[in-house]
Design a protein around this ligand. Structure first.
Ligand SMILES: *Cc1c(COP(=O)(O)O)cnc(C)c1O
Length: 391
């Protein structure tokens, strides 16, 4: 895993296109080789024992994994980055790299559901005290700090309900108490928000979503600053985490076009969000890019854009069951987990068992991932959903 990219820092699109790419060290080929490997041979025992070889064993890195990790380092402005076999694994290894028994973790209440399970079922078992907090606290999360608080974990905007949070205020409070800040930045991706530039210590990406971008592989990344890189790299190594070269390659391939894809996702999603906002059956659209959204000011101040994922609530009187009928009436929007691929998806929002610090109740809400289809076709598809529930 490379630390400290030697590439000059360039503008974002150029970093996306060239980060981690060294064609002239690769016989001129534009893309790295997909190296399938466990064993790496050494010429003699002295070399083997020197610890100075760039490659020693498949699990510890190959030219393929280095290319993607270096691209991530370059993109996030990190001291180092690790690759993980899924986004959830990236969440776990980031947490395990900085916590120990007796530590107190402040976890955002709107965290991606399975992230809550890691905390409640794994961290708790190893003696980490997990406390959930309301993202509306912003920098006032500081009032929950204890002597043993080690880290604050954020995910912005919140999973399913899309609340914004004041990240710079959290970072400022955390710094005062020598507390680490972790952020799941899957929604914005480094294209629209770069956590480390804002003082976050560990930046997590479910690369399965927009980095891979084609719903055909699972991958996670964690990028670290100077403060956290050593422990992250060590923990990732101790745990034997490794990603197969074909999936790494798909991640790198997706990364090259992530900027253009995201801008298209953003444009179509904003157009649909505005259209939904004025729809007679819609009570509220949860998209921080909309002027009407409570998080809009923070989003505008800190983020450079929005991806294709947002939600809307049906007018009062509509039931959760009607959100089921709505998504089942759609044909272009598929019904399935995950998001970030080229295709549109719709999901009835289900908050049951997902929140403990905030009490949002059950919402008649639908989450949309707006894909790369023609936006008018998507609008027509959503009209089919509304037709199915209106009578
Ligand atoms: C999907 C997702 C994850 C988990 O990623 P997987 O690759 O599915 O394990 C983590 N965080 C967020 C915000 C996600 O959307």
């Amino acid at each position: 895993m490379p630390s400290k990219s030697t590439d000059v820092v360039r503008s974002l699109d150029t970093r996306l296109t060239h980060g981690g790419s060294h064609p002239l060290e690769n016989q001129g080929f534009v893309n790295p080789q997909v190296v399938h490997a466990s064993t790496v041979l050494f010429p003699d025992v002295a070399t083997m024992l020197s610890g100075k070889s760039k490659y020693t064993y498949g699990r510890r890195g190959t030219p393929t994994s280095d290319a993607l990790a270096e691209a991530v380092v370059n993109l996030e402005g990190a001291a180092g980055a690790v690759l993980c076999p899924s986004g959830l694994n990236a969440v776990s290894v980031a947490l395990l790299s900085c916590l120990k028994a007796g530590d107190h973790l402040l976890m955002i209440d709107t965290v991606y559901g399975p992230g809550r399970q890691v905390c409640d079922n794994v961290l708790a078992r190893f003696g980490v005290e997990v406390e959930y907090y309301d993202p509306a606290l912003g920098g006032a999360v500081e009032t929950l700090f204890r002597a043993n608080t080690k880290a604050v974990y954020t995910e912005v905007p919140g999973s399913l309900t899309f609340e914004m949070m004041d990240i710079p205020a959290v970072v400022e409070a955390a710094r005062r108490h020598d507390v680490l800040v972790l952020m799941d930045n899957t929604w914005a991706t480094p294209v629209f928000f770069r956590p480390l530039e804002h003082g976050v210590d560990l930046s997590i990406q479910a690369a399965t979503k927009y980095v891979v971008g084609h719903s055909d592989a699972m991958l996670g990344t964690v990028a670290a600053n100077e403060r956290t890189w050593k422990a992250l790299h060590a923990t990732h190594g101790y745990m034997g985490i490794h990603v197969g070269p074909d999936d790494v390659y798909l991640g790198l391939r997706g990364l090259r076009t992530m900027g253009v894809r995201l801008r298209h996702h953003m444009k179509s999603a904003l157009e649909l969000a505005r259209w939904l906002e004025s729809h007679p059956l819609v009570a509220r659209v949860r998209h921080p890019g909309l002027e009407s959204d409570p998080g809009h000011t923070l989003w505008k101040r800190d983020f450079d854009g929005a991806s294709g994922l947002f939600a809307f609530d049906l007018k009062e009187g509509f039931s959760v069951e009607q959100t089921h009928a709505f998504v089942e009436a759609l044909s272009l929007f598929g019904l399935g987990y995950s998001w970030g691929g080229f295709e549109s998806l719709a999901l009835p929002v289900r908050l049951k068992g997902q929140r403990t610090a905030t009490k949002p109740g059950e919402l008649a809400s639908v989450r949309l991932h707006v894909g790369l289809e023609d936006v008018n076709d998507l609008k027509a598809d959503l009209e089919r959903g509304f037709a199915a529930i209106a009578d």
